[in-house]
Design a protein around this ligand. Structure first.
Ligand code: RET
Length: 267
């Protein structure tokens, strides 16, 4: 059972979580509109990155909507405090959602890296394999978060090995791609590196909260960490990838991207 179910919350704490969960799914809906409306501004070979981004938005929107409704339905106000009524609130759904989204997010990167087909396939397989291992191990670990903290740490530690592999792969492949990139795309590619290092790390911090801050404040912090990471790692990251894809399209002489560029410079 997740930590959330064992605690009670002040009305302010309950609302802080309720509000951030709504922001979470609203941001995914906004992202979906962005990826669909900019689809034609990138050359056809990069468009699949926007399609993958759109799939991530739909899957995350539905999960986060369910997460938000579950928070609202699980707790009831009794004598000025929110306590658990019927049902349970589970973060486990998130992990299964990541199983869809993490491979798709990593494949978005593969598409703008400009690798030859065989190298792209190899990297894609490594990304999907390591990403899935990282998540499944964490999913198992989170079942122990209120019953066996040692097990929570151990599953988390093994999962972290795969996370480090992913960080190494993303960092080095972006590094190798930089010299091939048009100058306009390089700063964005460098910023994308930091999304993996900084914002993806919010997830393991949220995972370990029951071991380090097993209180109502910890729960609020955890839901803020999850939601901030969900907005940056999915929506903002997708916008960054789209910007890189637009710069690559321009550099390759793709007419609609060039038209977009001349419009902006004329303004
Ligand atoms: C877990 C378990 C504890 C150790 C580590 C983890 C890493 C999770 C990450 C999740 C990223 C999720 C994303 C979702 C987007 O939809 C599984 C919490 C290292 C990095 C980007």
């Amino acid at each position: 059972m997740n930590l959330e179910n064992l605690l009670s919350y002040s009305p302010v704490q309950w609302q802080l979580v309720a509000h951030i969960l709504v922001l979470g799914f609203a941001a995914q809906a906004a992202g979906l509109v962005y990826f669909l409306t900019t689809l034609r501004d990138v050359a056809p070979r990069y468009r699949i990155a926007s399609v993958l981004g759109s799939i991530v938005m739909v899957s995350a929107f539905l999960l986060l909507l369910a997460q938000s409704m579950s928070w609202q339905n699980t707790f009831v106000l009794e004598n000025g405090t929110f306590v658990r009524g019927a049902g349970i609130f589970s973060n486990g759904f998130r992990y299964l959602n990541w199983l869809i989204d993490v491979p798709l997010l990593l494949l978005q990167l593969v598409i703008v890296l400009g690798l030859a087909a065989a190298a792209a396939r190899r990297l894609g397989i490594l990304f999907v394999g390591s990403g899935a291992a990282m998540i499944v191990l964490g999913y198992i670990g989170q079942f122990y978060e209120t019953s066996n903290i040692a097990a929570l740490w151990i599953w988390g530690a093994i999962s972290t090995i795969f996370y480090i592999v992913l960080l190494y792969l993303t960092w080095t492949h972006i590094g190798k791609a930089l010299p091939r990139m048009p100058e306009s795309a390089a700063p964005m590619m460098k910023a994308i590196r930091w999304v993996f290092v900084v914002f993806w790390t919010f997830y393991p911090i949220a995972y370990i909260i029951p071991a380090i801050l097993p209180t109502a404040e910890g729960v609020v912090a955890r839901q803020y960490l999850f939601t901030t990471a969900d907005i940056v790692a999915k929506v903002i990251y997708g916008v960054m990838i789209t910007k890189v894809a637009m710069d690559l399209s321009k550099a390759e002489g793709y007419a609609p991207a060039l038209a977009e560029a001349s419009k902006t410079s004329a303004e």
